[in-house]
Design a protein around this ligand. Sequence first.
Ligand code: NAP
Ligand code: GCO
Length: 261
Amino acid sequence: MNVLEQFSLKGKVALVTGASYGIGFAIAKGLSQAGATIVFNDLSEELVEKGLASYREAGIRAYGYVCDVTGEEQVADFVHQIEETFGSLDILVNNAGIIKRIPMCDMSAEDFRKVIDVDLTGPFIVSKAAIPGMIRRGHGKIINICSMMSELGRETVSAYAAAKGGLKMLTRNIASEYGAYNIQCNGIGPGYIATPQTAPLRTPDNPFNSFIIAKTPAARWGTPEDLMGTAVFLASDASNFINGQVVYVDGGILAYIGKQP
Ligand code: NAP
Ligand code: GCO
C-alpha cells in the first residue's frame, strides 16, 4: 500500500460526538475530506440543525442526531442505529465535553459530577457501545479528545482536569483491553484552541489571553483546523501500530517554561 493510501478513510463511517461546531466540527471536516462518512450528535435538534447547515456550507454530507453522551440507553440505541443505517461504526471521536470554571472549594459536588459525567463517563458510555461492533468487524479506531489538563492543573478547573486526566487513563485502558481485537484507542490533547469553550478566556481585557500566548512557543491560540491532520492520522491505517498514546497538538506549551515577562 502506498503510504499516502494509509491515510485514506474511504469507506469508513465516523461518529464525532458534540460536533455541531468547534473542535468536533473541524475534526469531522478533516475526516470527511479524507473520505469518511460523518455522523455526529448534539444535545438538541436546534444544535443538530445548526450543525447540518454548517456541514452543508462546507460541502460535507453529514448525518446529525440528537443524543446526550451521558445517557447509556440512548447511546446504545444511537450506535445500533448507526450500524443498521450505515453498515458499521469504524471511527469514534469522543469529543463532546463541557467545562465549569469554579474555584474547587466553591464548586458543588453536583457541578463536579456533571463535568465528570460528560467528559469522562460519556466517552466510557459511547466507547462501550461502539467496541462490540468493532470487535465483530475486526477493526476500530477510538480517539478521545483529552486536554492540557490531562497533564497540568490550574485554578478553577479541578473537575475538568480530573475528567481529562481520567480520560487519558481510559484511553490507555481501552488500548490495553481491546488492542488484541485490532482496535486502536488514542487521544488528542489540544492546547488552547479558539472555540466557544475558550471564548471567555480570549476577551481583550482578560490577562489570560496574553498569558497563554506567552506560554505557547507558537505565540498564538490554536485553531480547530490545527487538529484535523492528527485526527485523520489517528483514524487511519497509518496509525495501526499506535495504541494508548495521547498526541498533544498544543503549539509547544507542554515543552515550554514560558516567555520571561
Ligand atoms: P465547545 O465549543 O463547548 O463544544 C462542545 C460540544 O459538545 C458542543 O456542541 C456541546 O453542545 C457538546 N456537548 C456538551 N455536552 C454534551 C453531551 N452531554 N452530549 C452531547 N454533546 C454534548 O467545546 P470545544 O472547545 O469545541 O471542545 C471540544 C472538546 O475538546 C471538548 O471535549 C473539550 O474539553 C476539548 N478541548 C477543548 C480545548 C479548547 O481549548 N477549546 C482544548 C483541549 C480540549 P452544547 O452546545 O449544547 O453545549
Ligand atoms: C481552561 C481552558 C482549557 C482548555 C483546554 C486546554 O479554562 O484552562 O478551557 O482547559 O479548554 O482544555 O487544553
